[in-house]
Write a protein that binds this ligand. Structure first.
Ligand SMILES: [Zn+2]
Length: 162
């Protein structure tokens, strides 16, 4: 009996050119300056980070820019045992969905500074940015988040973001 083929390795490369819209362009310019800037929906008042052109729930254009803090709540997370293709990280690592304070959306970032088995929903965290000389037009400027000495957020305060 022949052995089953359970997997193959096929290197794949995809080159593409991304053209951000006006709202994303403004966000990328801000993050290159070390600032998180979201946008508020004039109808439902939700703040999106990164901002889009308009609110996907209300169908109206955003207007107001909102400065977002570097602290936030880890809404959920995943313990990962597979490394990045282009970035070496000690395994296992934790990817966190963080609602930065002042937003109504989550952003996926790396969690460091805590053992994976100690990560928990509601953990309060702070963004750790790359050195300023490395800032680019990318959320990767936030190298990772790490726990801060604050009590965990109450589940009721972030359950709508799951
Ligand atoms: Zn809205």
């Amino acid at each position: 009996m022949t052995e089953p083929i359970t997997g193959i390795v096929t290197p794949i490369r995809l080159d593409y050119r991304y053209t951000p819209g006006a709202s994303t362009s403004q966000f990328l310019r801000s993050i290159k300056e070390g600032k998180l800037v979201g946008r508020r929906c004039p109808r439902c008042s939700k703040v999106y980070l990164p901002p889009r052109g308009g609110c996907p729930m209300c169908g109206v254009e955003f207007a107001e820019e909102v400065a977002i803090k570097n602290t936030g709540t880890m809404v959920t997370f995943a313990v990962v045992n597979v490394n990045f293709a282009n970035r070496a990280v000690d395994l296992p690592y934790v990817t966190a969905e963080v609602a930065f304070d002042g937003t109504d959306t989550t952003t996926m970032v790396l969690l460091k500074g805590v053992a994976p088995e100690e990560a928990r929903m509601g953990m309060r965290v702070k963004a750790h940015w790359l050195p300023e000389s490395e800032w680019d037009y990318s959320l990767v400027n936030i190298d990772y988040v790490e726990p801060i000495d604050e009590p965990d957020a109450d589940f009721e305060s972030f359950k709508e973001l799951l």
